[in-house]
Design a protein around this ligand. Sequence first.
Ligand SMILES: Nc1ncnc2c1ncn2[C@@H]1O[C@H](COP(=O)(O)OP(=O)(O)OP(=O)(O)O)[C@@H](O)[C@H]1O
Length: 651
Amino acid sequence: MPNDLLSTPIETYDASSIEVLEGLEPVRKRPGMYIGGTDERALHHMVAEILDNSMDEAVAGHATRIEVEMLADGSVLVRDNGRGIPVDPHPKFPDKSALEVILCTLHAGGKFSNKAYSTSGGLNGVGSSVVNALSDSMIVQVARNKELYEQRFSRGVPLGPIAKLGAAPNRRGTTITFHPDPEIFGALKLKPARLFKLTQSKAYLFSGVEIRWKSEINDGETPLEATFHFPNGLADFLNQSLSGTMTYAERPFAGKVSFEEKFGIPGSIEWAINWTQMRDGFIQSYCNTVPTAEGGTHEAGFWAAMLKGVKAYGERANNKKAALITREDMLTGGCALISIFIREPSFVGQTKDRLSTEEAAKWVDLAVKDHFDNWLANDTKSAGAILDFLVLRAEERLRRRQEKETQRKTATKKLRLPGKLTDCSAKNRDGTELFIVEGDSAGGSAKGARNRETQALLPLKGKILNVLGAASNKLHDNSEIRDICEALGVQMGTKFRVDDLRYDKIIIMTDADVDGAHIAALLMTFFFTQMRPLIDQGHLYLACPPLYRLTQGAKRLYVADDVEKEYWLAKGLGGKGKIDVQRFKGLGEMDAKDLKDTTMHPDSRKLIRVSIDEDEPGETSDLVERLMGKKPELRFQYIQENAQFVEELDV
Ligand SMILES: Nc1ncnc2c1ncn2[C@@H]1O[C@H](COP(=O)(O)OP(=O)(O)OP(=O)(O)O)[C@@H](O)[C@H]1O
């Protein structure tokens, strides 16, 4: 299409070239914009969207029971005993029921104003219509006003009007059964284990609901039936997550504060935290029962309260070293769950991964702080143990930093560094970055583009060894791999220590083409198999170089892919004259300024952090196989889809 457009004479580029996508068509054309991709995560997110609506009914006090069933044909059924989606004719579209409007129109919903829901996970009026658009079959039944109604849809289009099925004097609520469309999701199938976990976590998040789980598919590990109801909410959840782990506090620091009572506004915060030395810390946060995987303001408020509490306690206990504790120390070994309910939350993106409501930080901080102070004062045994543990962490961190500084100052000369490494000058690891660059020519532009103080470069020649299946002596003999290890200051396998790393971020920067994707995949597999903690602790990133530069008169724009290019070609850049399109065949073709502006400078670049989906430990080996399989296209597609293994950062 973009090439067609370029070769089309200007006179045929008229109004007829401008497409307006109607109804739910845009969702089917670009599902990624609405559910973050067409991968496994997106597929399961479909169920979350529907379940969240039932949860919203429960949290609003209208439903007490939800049923989730995985059916043999790969469909999912979600039933609640809430008010039922309204079925009367919609005032704006009198020939359609409200139900049809909700399911077939983007931005139709009852959660924009606060009339029908106080705090809800839903807010955009998009979720159920998107699921409808991406399902080849969706059946919605509503029991309301003692009648049972039904309407069926396929790919977002009603198969007929809403029909009355008969009397339902003792029932109320909504039942949605949908089957994800293979045209969108290919051969991917919903997994009972993942849905089981999702369903269970919802019950932990709202103690006022009972959730029943059923599966007609036996995967050999997931229960076929279960009932979830957790009166102690998050404390139960945390105890379950940490069962068998030695913790510093006998019972977690857990609680719940109603914002209504404390500040006179709707909402609440619930939390549970404990500390352990036996595993890395984690924080899992939720807003209106929707998981916020990238955290946000509620997490910031929580850690602020924790930090102030511990420091104040340390001061009272005359422990001067408590002043050294930072948020980083709180995070190592601190295992926390927090769940906030607020009205009209704002998120970054439809998948709601990061909460951005600013006031949430203050509300959570104020709500948790007093409770934490009291808890520390009342349970002095746990408080003392936690304080000692955190002080130890702080001391360890400072010692490591000091060692690192002296190491960088004195030992860089002694360290054997690869000849082709262009090192940075910073004395200290914090904030430094190593770009592993494809090809020497790219290394040339990158030299001019980098910040000499913080950004180092290691150009790689061609492809590194495929480490899957390679014998370990082969690994040690491979010069590219040796260079990487020496530049990073680390060893492979069991001898790898994150603390030895000479840089904070390791950024893989390859061309935006299939070869580049292959090299990136080889490198990721290498790090995954030989230096796994480097990924787990968030040090590995992918750079995102643009594919095109568009110039129109004085206006210039870099775009990532064909779709974006097409969009801007049709829209224009706002400059004068024809739009000139330059496709970068490789990083080496970009001049230093372009590379700096688009890919390397922290203020204007986009980086993708490589991470492993904790929910899917079983799939990681599949993933490595997939990355390293026979077809490079697959890897390329995988890296492009990246959402399932990696997440976006500093856009
Ligand atoms: N199970 C249900 N019970 C009652 N009403 C429902 C149910 N599911 C959906 N609705 C109604 O349909 C509306 C649209 O739902 P939809 O999932 O499309 O968007 P949303 O939940 O408002 O927002 P978001 O796009 O953020 O999910 C909701 O606002 C609610 O009024």
